[in-house]
Design a protein around this ligand. Structure first.
Ligand code: PLP
Length: 235
């Protein structure tokens, strides 16, 4: 049953549809569609499905876990040198080395210990993935991200003291909340810190996120269909 659903998922068609919805939301907001990048989230989906998206011309992907990314992406990156891989899940200290080696963008820099580890690993490896700082806009205990009240100081630490290439901010609003409040807050923190990129918006709310200035939207379900398994902590 699951296999039949897999085969039936029209990934190329879904990508076309998602791009149309992004363009519609952008133009409704008076923004150019090219200002919104689509990150295709492949967590719990097979390399074969990633390949279908690559065949359809898509190149920007997101994975939550280092070990899952390592299982799928090294070969694909060889084959498609312009593939860009984003880390969008919580990072553990002991996986920072592997994360810096594999990811092109780390969206979840969220605490001093991890920021310092990334900075020293970048030095060691001579590789500098772009960084986003994750903000826990809902102040949820189980979620990663710096608290809004501590964001300015943490951004300064990352950018000025550690020299991380910080492009912008990222958030995952609480499931039950009205997302626009969180998107607006993220935009405000970014603006006062001179950061231009906002990674916000998932399948359920990306059009709202675009209205609030998202420059990256991270979509899994809208492209690849329902995930077979999930961990609440990862969502
Ligand atoms: C899974 C995930 C997404 C994509 O979620 P969908 O609802 O399937 O679009 C985006 N961002 C993060 C951090 C995720 O974990």
């Amino acid at each position: 049953m699951v296999a039949e659903i897999d085969v039936a998922t029209d990934i190329a068609g879904n990508l076309v549809e998602v791009h149309e919805r992004i363009a519609g939301a952008a133009s409704d907001a008076g923004r150019t569609p090219a200002a919104v990048m689509l990150v295709a989230v492949t967590k719990f989906h097979t390399a074969d499905r990633v390949r279908q998206a690559l065949d359809a011309g898509h190149r920007v992907f997101g994975e939550n876990r280092v070990q899952d990314a390592e299982a799928k992406y090294p070969d694909l990156k060889q084959e498609y040198p312009d593939l860009r891989l984003h880390a969008i899940g919580p990072l553990q200290r002991n996986k920072v080395r592997r994360a810096v080696a594999l990811f092109d963008v780390i969206e979840t820099v969220d605490r001093p210990r991890i920021a310092r580890a990334i900075a020293s690993e970048m030095e060691e490896a001579g590789r500098r993935p772009d960084c986003f700082i994750e903000v826990n806009t809902g102040e949820e205990a189980q979620k990663g991200g710096v608290l809004p009240a501590e964001a300015d100081g943490f951004i300064r630490l990352c950018r000025d003291d550690l020299g991380l290439p910080v492009l912008g901010l990222m958030c995952v609003p609480p499931l039950e909340d009205e997302p626009s409040l969180h998107f607006a807050l993220l935009g405000k923190i970014a603006a006062r810190n001179g950061l231009e990129e906002l990674s916000m918006g998932m399948t359920a709310d990306f059009e709202i996120a675009i209205r609030f200035g998202a420059t990256l939207v991270r979509l899994g379900t809208a492209i690849f269909g329902e995930r077979r398994s999930f961990s609440p902590l990862q969502d």
